[in-house]
Structures are given as C-alpha cells and as structure tokens.
Write a protein that binds this ligand. Sequence first.
Ligand code: DX5
Ligand code: ZN
Length: 214
Amino acid sequence: MIYIAPSILSADFAALGEEVKRVDKAGADYIHIDVMDGTFVPNITLGSPVVEKLRPHSEKVFDVHLMVEHPETQIDAFAKAGADIITFHAEAAKHAHRIVQQIHAHGLKAGLALNPGTSVSEADALLDELDMVLIMTVNPGFGGQKFIPSTVRKIQQLRDMMNERKLDFDIEVDGGINPSTAKEVIAAGANVLVAGSAVFGSDNLAAAITSLRG
Ligand code: DX5
Ligand code: ZN
C-alpha cells in the first residue's frame, strides 16, 4: 500500500484551511506539515498554533515534519495541537531515543528523518522503536528542488535492514517527488511519498495524487 502525503508547504499559506480541505477531498492519505525554524534550515514556516487551527479542517493523518533544532522542546505542543505522526531530524537530536519515547508517550507515531548526507546507519540503533524513517531526497528547507538520485540506494539499504531484522516501519521520502521519481522510490522500497509542488502545482489535485501512486 502506497500512501501519498501532500506537503502544504506548496499550498496557499493565506488560505491554509481551505487548502487542507481541498487536498483531503482530492484523495490525500496524509497531510504533510513542514515545520522550519530558520536555524536548522534557512526558512521559517509555521508552528503548533497553526496546526491546532488546521485540525478541524481534516480527519486525515497529520504528518508533522520537524526541521528544527531542539525538537524535544516542540513535541508536546504539536501533540496537543493534533499531530498524528511526529518526525524529527537525526542531525538535530542529541538524545534521539528519548525523543522517540517522548512522542510515544503521547500515543503518536514517531519518525526519524535523515538528510541526504546522513547515512542510514544513523537510524540503525532506533529501528526497533521507530514507526517511520524519512529519507530526505533533497536537502531540507525549500519546496520545488531537484530529486537527489544517490538517496535511492539509502531507501534500498533501509528496506534490506527492515527485512533482515523482520521489522515493520514505514519508509517515507520527501523532496523532488513527481510521477517519474515516485516509480523509482517505490521500486526501491518507499511506501509513504511526500509531494509538494507536484500536487499543489497541478490544477487537478486528484489526478496529481493518483499519478504518484506508481
Ligand atoms: C522540504 C520539505 C518538503 C517539501 C517538498 O524541506 O520537507 O516536504 O515541501 O516539496 P517538493 O515536493 O516540491 O520537493
Ligand atoms: Zn517535509
């Protein structure tokens, strides 16, 4: 089963509630919410109060991607705001295991994100605990960037690790996903596909979502 998670980073920020409803009706499985702090990545997007206001607009899974330093300071607020999955970056976490516990204590799914320059071995010690690993297929910070092909091998490595250890977690990819790169990442073992510009850049959201399912 392939899940499509449109990223609202490419939506109209002046009408986010309507945009979330629109992409929900168009068949999104998850709503991917990119949180950027201007420090871990150069851009600033939104915080937990915005997520709280968006929550009544959709019952779909809220997939919160924290691109922030000190993620442990944000998790309780995003949990309260209505997140279903919280993903933090390995590169921003001093105590990644404790952060996973913190997310699980709220009854939510925990994801670990890896930048293109970070090896999958960074996730190895946590794989028994994680619900999802997010392989960044661009460097985080902006929508509309070009897919980095060397990330495909990391998806395969992670899928092999999962099979060898008989584990079950989701493999999410994020950045530069379009119908052609979607095929590649699905073949490599990804099952949750984030797409910003490929969905919101289209005048037919439903068709754009369907075209990513492989
Ligand atoms: C990048 C964000 C992505 C972004 C993807 O830092 O994490 O979720 O919105 O945008 P596209 O699909 O346009 O590359
Ligand atoms: Zn993202």
